[in-house]
Ligand binder design. Structure first.
Ligand code: ZN
Length: 163
């Protein structure tokens, strides 16, 4: 990920053998590069990169823009969750209507076979309703506040070196 200062191509990481130790370094292997074969110690490359990263502090406008972008995404997600919750409520209402009809038929019939069939259907519908209610309860409410979520992202932007 380190570009050569002479040709702009990527350096290759390698080891050089010392008397008793091996030393990591980066070298340009591009055939026509003026700096071909010149190596830079890994510590030097990474140290200078860290120094560069430390200086990397964005202008205040970037935070305003980033926060507005995050807010847009957040609101869009909440909107989706709201629509999902409304859909679940609709489905629950439909199930309740169907259950009501079945209960009426159950009361009107004397046939044990029909009674058993209606009862089984009612139980099934109740289970569906419970599952939907569970889904409705867990959707819509974000687990974290917008402030908490955006803080992490903005802290990273404020000083990437820290992370
Ligand atoms: Zn080069």
């Amino acid at each position: 990920m380190v570009a050569c200062g002479s040709c702009g191509g990527l350096l290759t990481a390698a080891w050089s053998k010392g008397r008793s130790k091996r030393y990591p370094y980066d070298v340009c292997l591009a055939r026509y590069c003026a700096g071909k074969g010149k190596s830079v110690r890994k510590e030097k490359v990474e140290g200078e990169f860290e120094a560069l990263l430390r200086q990397l502090t964005p202008v205040p406008e970037l935070f305003t823009i980033a926060k507005a972008m995050l807010r847009d995404l957040w609101d869009a997600r909440l909107g989706q969750a709201d629509r999902g919750a409304a859909q679940i409520e609709k489905e629950i209402a439909a199930i309740e209507a169907k259950t009501g009809q079945l209960v009426e038929r159950l009361i009107e019939t004397d046939s044990p076979t029909l009674i058993a069939a209606h009862e089984a259907q009612i139980v099934k519908l109740e289970e569906q309703k419970m599952a939907l209610a569970d889904r409705g309860a867990s959707s819509g409410q974000p687990r974290m506040t917008f402030e908490a979520v955006s803080r992490t992202a903005l802290t990273f932007l404020a000083n990437p070196w820290k992370i």
